[in-house]
Design a protein around this ligand. Structure first.
Ligand SMILES: C[S@@+](CC[C@H](N)C(=O)[O-])C[C@H]1O[C@@H](n2cnc3c(N)ncnc32)[C@H](O)[C@@H]1O
Length: 224
């Protein structure tokens, strides 16, 4: 088990270094103007990882979530009900698409994304009447939803990079917009904030997704 952990760490380290090197190469190659390089650069400028490197603290990860994590995060959504869902930190939409797939035609998804590049990418990639992109900070939650109660809040926010004070406020805000039977679903690459979530909600269940980069813990929090 110990050896496996070391091997996994080494594997991730190599992948991280490889990705950074790849991104830098892209930037260095900007000086050359061949068609192949222009196509390559256009691809890189749209890449989640390049945008993440430029905003690492805010993005919290170099890689978008896997479909395995997205499926686990959305498995409790009830397709037979009209739902109002709020997504926090949508990135370029790797989880957004799975949320929409689990919603019926009367439901609506509001996705917060503070990063303008990601928000524009989301608007371009997902054209769905049931979907609204909010290119805004999640600190606006209570003002934006003062007249609407929410069934599910699904969050990818990098809690590890957020101050304790802001995290406490975020959890109070999330609880205040949720319906009594509502759920708050958050993932994290460590169990650092498990205790905070346990103390903030009546019930907490924890799941784990190995097939993600890095593997992630999934918290489902309820107040009933
Ligand atoms: C770990 S990434 C997750 C992206 C995507 N949901 C995924 O799982 O692949 C976290 C996202 O949260 C966004 N974010 C961070 N702080 C935010 C805030 N205060 N308000 C809105 N979005 C925020 C970042 O820009 C980033 O896109």
């Amino acid at each position: 088990m110990f050896n496996l952990a070391i091997h996994l760490d080494f594997f991730y380290l190599v992948l991280y270094i490889g990705t950074i090197a790849y991104s830098f190469t892209g930037k260095i190659l900007q000086y050359k103007k061949s068609k192949g390089i222009r196509i390559y650069l256009a691809y890189m400028s749209k890449s989640f990882t390049v945008n993440a490197i430029n905003n690492l603290k805010q993005t919290g990860s170099l890689f978008r979530s896997s479909k395995f994590l997205a499926k686990k995060l959305t498995q409790s959504l009830n397709q037979n009900k009209e739902l109002v869902v709020v997504e926090l930190g949508a990135g370029d939409g790797s989880i957004t698409k799975y949320i929409l797939n689990k919603m019926n035609p009367e439901s609506h998804l509001y996705s917060y994304e503070i990063n303008e590049v990601f928000a524009n990418k989301l608007r371009g990639a997902i054209q769905d009447e049931r979907f609204t992109v909010l290119n805004n900070c999640v600190s606006h939650l209570t003002t934006d939803f003062k007249d609407k109660k929410i069934d599910y809040v699904i969050s990818s926010l990098p809690l590890a990079n957020i101050s304790q004070e802001i995290k406490n406020k975020l959890l109070v805000d999330v609880k205040s917009i949720l319906k009594p039977q509502g759920e708050f679903i958050q993932y994290q690459y460590s169990i650092n904030d498990q205790k905070l979530l346990k103390n903030s909600f009546a019930t907490l269940s924890t799941d784990f997704c190995l097939l993600n980069m890095p593997p992630a813990f999934i918290y489902t929090c309820k107040d009933f």
